[in-house]
Design a protein around this ligand. Sequence first.
Ligand SMILES: Nc1ncnc2c1ncn2[C@@H]1O[C@H](COP(=O)(O)OP(=O)(O)OP(=O)(O)O)[C@@H](O)[C@H]1O
Ligand SMILES: [Mg+2]
Length: 258
Amino acid sequence: MHLAVTQLYKQFKTRQGPLVALKDINLSIEEGEFICAVGASGSGKSTLLRLIAGLDTPTAGEIQVDGVPVTGPGPDRGMVFQKYTLYPWMNVAQNVGFGLKLQGASHIQRRERVTHYLEVVGLSQFARALPQELSGGMQQRVAIARALASAPKILLMDEPFGALDAQTKETMQQFLLELWRRTRTTILMITHDVEEAVFLSQRIYVLTSRPGSIKTEIRMDLPSERNYHTKSHSTFQDCKETVLDLLRNESGREAAVV
Ligand SMILES: Nc1ncnc2c1ncn2[C@@H]1O[C@H](COP(=O)(O)OP(=O)(O)OP(=O)(O)O)[C@@H](O)[C@H]1O
Ligand SMILES: [Mg+2]
């Protein structure tokens, strides 16, 4: 098992008392898989990703990467956030190379990696540009290049295209699929966009409403070569309906509980 999450439980202390964000989370991801997790707002998606990234610690349960327990952030896991998180005072190349610098990579090594990953995301011409000179989609491509530059085993993405307009989002989805085909990096992506999850991933974990637990796991039966036409396939539509129904049931359950 590449990434193994076992009996994960997360409780936050809040002014209103303890809040259980995640419970009974069990998931496993093999090397090279592209997995999405979907769930309603507040179902603990970002919390789950932050725990896997090592940015927060579980209340109980365990996370392992290649059999090694996660105890904090590490270069084996690259993270891309929903909000643009580039350093505004650094140019694109400096942003991409920042993690490498922290890891102590030499100047030459850094330059090679930065050049390579800027090429991978198609932004070589913008190496010296500042983030605010780029569009939202371009900024997210820089963030992806930054995450990939440390050669992570797993790329963790928290609604990376959530803030983009519909057309840019489609272009970015296509871009990410091609990048995954080329690099075969293991990807775990969180989204609340069901169509995006069905289009991109090989398997989807559907989370329940708060506290988030794994409601079910769905394996997509779509051709591995996906393009714009895939979305009009009947299999695609069927998968999307199945996941949407599961989420609708969840919001119904939550409404009944409240
Ligand atoms: N640091 C924190 N302290 C207290 N409560 C928190 C903290 N972080 C998250 N929560 C709570 O945990 C629950 C899950 O939050 P989380 O951000 O993981 O949800 P989400 O599924 O990512 O939602 P969204 O789709 O809106 O991004 C929420 O009820 C939230 O209020
Ligand atoms: Mg979130």
